[in-house]
Design a protein around this ligand. Structure first.
Ligand code: PRP
Length: 209
């Protein structure tokens, strides 16, 4: 049986495709261009390139049997899928960040800009802090610079964006990396194929880490 795989476009794309190729799951990685669906010449897998936030949607609905999604997105959207493997790539941190020199007023409602609304709400609820969420879709760091928010909850990878904008990490909320996820029904019906892919990827990751 062939396996459908949802892979993320953007930042994680190159790393993920390379990993799949090195593990021998994809025989050849085509130049993506604008094409969205790729039949691998092995005949064993077919893969789609989708927006990172959409990978769990394709996997949860069974259009893709498996996929690669960031732990940030999995935590935020809690899709009903199995998380099979930590791919140990795409590593970054979910953090609370603020402008250098920002001083918190503990009693006040904290204005938090983020695209990770549930993650931010969960984090501050666990500390009993009252917050106002400002939902943004990108360039989150701009919010405190323009005094639209007090802090942000966002991913930090190299720290360059923070540094170039005179900001700092206040708290690390979670360590993030890419995960292999599976549709629950697919995992029953294509167990052998999915286990094979998981163990090939697992062996490669152990070699590299
Ligand atoms: C992410 C994240 C930070 C930045 C962190 O944004 O939201 O802004 O990367 O990376 P760094 O620590 O290496 O500088 P992304 O580039 O994905 O785009 P976005 O701002 O549109 O979300």
């Amino acid at each position: 049986m062939s396996v459908n795989i949802a892979l993320p476009k953007g930042r994680l794309a190159d790393k993920t495709l390379e990993l799949m190729k090195k593990a021998g799951i994809l025989k050849k990685v085509e130049d993506a261009g604008r094409k969205l669906v790729f039949e691998d010449e092995s005949g064993f897998v077919r893969y789609f390139l989708v927006k990172p936030w959409d990978v769990p949607v394709y996997v949860e609905r069974g259009v893709a049997d498996i996929g690669v999604a960031g732990k940030d997105i999995i935590t935020e959207n809690t899709p009903d899928v199995y998380e099979l493997l930590d791919l140990k790539t795409g590593k970054c941190r979910m953090c609370v960040c603020a402008k250098n020199g920002y001083v918190d007023r503990p009693g006040a409602t904290l204005r938090v800009a983020t695209k990770f609304v549930n993650t931010a709400k969960g984090y501050y609820a666990s500390m009993g802090r009252r917050i106002e969420i400002i939902k943004l879709n990108g360039s989150i760091e701009l919010a405190p610079l323009m005094d639209m928010s007090d802090v942000i909850v966002d991913l930090v990878e190299t720290g360059t964006t923070l540094k170039e904008n005179d900001m700092r990490v206040v708290t690390i909320i979670a360590e993030i990396s890419a995960r292999l996820i599976a549709n629950k029904a697919s995992y029953r019906f294509k167990r052998e194929e999915i286990d094979r892919i998981t163990s090939e990827l697992g062996a490669l990751i152990n070699e590299n880490n």
